[in-house]
Design a protein around this ligand. Structure first.
Ligand code: MV4
Length: 512
């Protein structure tokens, strides 16, 4: 096992990896920017090293700074988390050069699967079904038109280096193609420094279903089944669940086998996710591979009882997978809500700021993967995800009921959160029936909201006050005082502020 692991990330995922390290008895080191001095991952780590200013371009994205810390701290392994440098082959290569084990796939496997067209060629060679379309980048718009005529409109233009919907354009008819091609290509050139494009047949309202895989260094690769991630807003996942409401044992086996086949063809090791689109006839099509641990990995952990982060670390250390595919089973249902500091009543605008008071859910079937604490200030410099609430139940209905109950126990004061969005989604009959697809949430948000009509008549201050009072009542006066006092570190600016906050909390009426 490793002597010491560097976690090259921040927020809830750094905390999640720290927890795995602690359970394994491996010391863990973190890095932090100037904006993250007081962050939870810094407080929880065994050692923490500064790596520069708040902008990630000058801190979390600088490979030399991160490897400098790894060397100085005596780390023999590095976990990249997700986002930042997680899918950058240059970090994997720099680690290899420095003699530090990268907890993830090799730089070469990342490259083979990171390019969309390269991944499509691998899928073709491995016999994995994918959406009809080009297998190579297309140079000229005339060739794009020719391919589009062959496969039939509508088509979707995609960036070879793309992801997350950037550089993507839906084209309904040939007359729109040339303009869309220029637009998408220049968007891709700006976003990825690579304007190369290809195209695919456009599937109408598919589901997004992804397969979690894990490979060791001895040629064994297993899959942990699927996650349903169709509830997305502007290509950002909002709710994920396992199993998918449309899953059958046969479909899971077929998709799992396809995923393992493709990963094997790419010489893939460690944790990875293969994204598929699934149409109304339960036909599945490979879309792309994510060569990292994903935000939504906990729902897979909850239904399979396996700790994916510990398995990643063991696989990177050269240990063989401790079980075979036949030993992986699924029990119950898990749902995850991504809690963001953003304002659902103002177009989901980020809402950074100080968390003045907080109450978090617990109890049967609830897991909270959190990266914040009361008294901490959410910085404006990064993705404003605060953490994730995960609910497990014996079946989907119980998981949903537990999630509704847990969201009622969630409160963060001083900032806006998207919790009300989840209450709305979890009460939609289409959602509870599992009738969701990749356009479902965008369409829902265009419909009027009965519970929260956009009218200015709505008294959001009164609602906030009521929620705060309820949260404090839940916590109890004593707990509230402790929470406020504990949240403020010994090096915090002034006693006055602590007393002020104590008073503020105590003055909220607690009678029901
Ligand atoms: C598609 C598609 C339909 N047909 N490709 C969006 C992000 C990018 N990673 C792939 N995306 C899509 N590709 C074909 N050929 C529909 C989407 C899509 C989508 C995919 C996954 C999750 C949410 C989505 C929302 C809108 C569109």
């Amino acid at each position: 096992m490793f002597k010491k692991i560097l976690i090259a990330n921040r927020g809830e995922i750094a905390v999640r990896i720290l927890r795995a390290c602690r359970e394994m008895g491996v010391p863990a080191v973190v890095v932090f920017s100037e904006a993250d001095r007081a962050s939870l991952h810094v407080r929880m780590a065994d050692e923490a090293y500064p790596i520069g200013p708040a902008p990630s371009r000058e801190s979390y994205l600088v490979i030399d700074k991160i490897l400098g810390v790894a060397r100085a701290a005596g780390c023999d392994a590095l976990h990249p988390g997700y986002g930042f440098l997680a899918e950058n082959p240059n970090l994997a290569r720099a680690c290899a050069t420095a003699g530090i084990t990268f907890i993830g796939p090799s730089a070469e496997a990342m490259e083979r699967l990171g390019s969309k067209t390269a991944a499509r060629q691998l899928a073709r060679a491995a016999g994995v079904p994918m959406v009809p379309g080009a297998l190579e980048p297309i140079e000229r718009v005339e060739d794009a038109a020719e391919t589009a005529r062959q496969i039939g409109f509508p088509v979707v233009l995609k960036a070879v280096a793309g992801g997350g919907g950037k550089g993507m354009r839906l084209v309904e008819r040939e007359s729109e193609l040339a303009a869309a091609w220029r637009d998408a290509s220049s968007e891709a050139a700006n976003a990825f420094g690579d304007g190369r494009m290809y195209l695919e047949k456009f599937l109408v309202r598919p589901r997004h279903v992804e397969i979690q895989i894990l490979g060791d260094a001895h040629g064994h690769i297993v899959h942990f089944g699927e996650r349903e991630c169709s509830v997305q807003r502007r290509y950002q996942k909002v709710i994920e669940e396992a199993p998918s409401p449309i899953m059958t044992p046969e479909l899971r086996q077929a998709m799992g086998e396809a995923a393992v086949k493709l990963a094997r063809a790419g010489g893939y090791t460690n944790a990875g996710t293969l994204e598929f689109l699934v149409d109304g006839n339960r036909k599945f099509y490979f879309l792309e591979m994510n060569t990292r641990l994903q935000v939504e990995h906990p729902v897979t952990e909850m239904v399979t009882s396996h700790d994916l982060v510990k398995l990643q670390i063991r696989a990177a250390a050269g240990e063989p997978l401790p079980f075979a595919q036949e030993n992986i089973g699924w029990r119950g249902h898990a749902i995850e809500c991504r809690i963001y500091a953003e304002d659902p009543d103002n177009n989901f605008f980020p809402s950074p700021g100080e968390i003045l008071a907080r109450s978090v859910p617990s109890g049967p079937g609830i897991r909270l993967d959190d990266g914040v604490y009361s008294g901490w200030t959410v910085p404006p410099d990064y993705d404003p995800m605060l953490g994730k609430v995960i609910a497990w139940g014996n079946d989907r209905a119980e998981a949903i009921a537990r999630m509704r109950r847990a969201l009622g126990e969630y409160y963060a004061g001083g900032i806006k959160t998207n919790v009300s969005l989840f209450r709305r989604i979890l009460n939609e009959p289409e959602f509870t029936r599992g009738e969701i697809h990749t356009k479902w949430l965008d369409e829902l948000l265009r419909r009027p909201n009965a519970a929260s009509p956009d009218a200015p008549a709505r008294d959001s201050h009164a609602e906030d006050a009521a929620a705060l009072a309820a949260a404090l009542w839940h916590m109890g006066a004593h707990a509230a005082e402790n929470a406020a006092a504990n949240a403020i570190s010994s090096d915090s600016p002034s006693r006055w502020k602590i007393e002020g906050r104590r008073e503020q909390l105590a003055s909220v009426p607690r009678s029901k």
